[in-house]
Design a binder for this molecule. Sequence first.
Ligand code: ADP
Ligand code: MG
Length: 254
Amino acid sequence: MNAKILETENLTVNFDGFKALNQLNFSMDVGELRVIIGPNGAGKTTFLDVITGKVKPTEGQVLFKGKSIHSLAEHQIARLGIGRKFQTPRIYLNLTPRENLEISCNRNRNVFSSLFGRPSQNEQIKVKSLLATIGLSNQADIAAGLLSHGEKQRLEIGMLVAQSPDLLLVDEPVAGLTDEETENVGNLLLELAEIYSVIVIEHDMEFVRQIARKVTVLHEGSVLCEGSIEEVQKDYRVIEVYLGQQEDNDVRNI
Ligand code: ADP
Ligand code: MG
């Protein structure tokens, strides 16, 4: 059996009587790229909130590399090696991509010492290689505010990777991106999936088809089904829960 990077056991989150997660059992191998889909309100974001410690479960637990993270605070969980990318990029717009990555490489230093102290040679090499990975070598020294939305998304993914997490959580990375930018982000995530364990939450079915190996469908806070994109899209339960959703969310359009 493969080693597990993440498991949840009967995970339940009760918001004043409403179960955003309901006895959720989930398991993922080290090195896996998993895409999570599900209709609006299925509990996808809450699931990430629980993994990162932002929300504590009412019942059940999260195991990271086999150990319960129940008693840990959000920053301790991040330090253990779980990195999360939020939907809106959180980058320093007045700094360059290179400077943004330098800061992320060394989170123990603050912005000022990162900028005014010289980065070590190792750090410089790491940043250079990250810039190449995220395809921003040519824009390394312009203000990040001048980057396109897709480039900003890639920069933020790079900043996440700079912190060397073992598990990357990425929530709707291609919302609002052009087709070309969507493909770039997809290729970047596929490249990162060679090195890291990655969970991607996504609505864009075209994108899901580009990157997905194994898909987990959430519905009403539980796993509805799992499998390849082909298996999932023809599952009658999945088709049923997507009925009545917006057209671009419709799993039959995959
Ligand atoms: P998804 O990301 O799949 O669209 P969410 O995890 O954001 O779903 O939400 C799942 C359900 O839980 C939704 O019905 C939402 O309204 C509800 N919910 C999320 N956060 C809270 C909260 N802090 N208090 C009460 N209800 C919440
Ligand atoms: Mg959400």
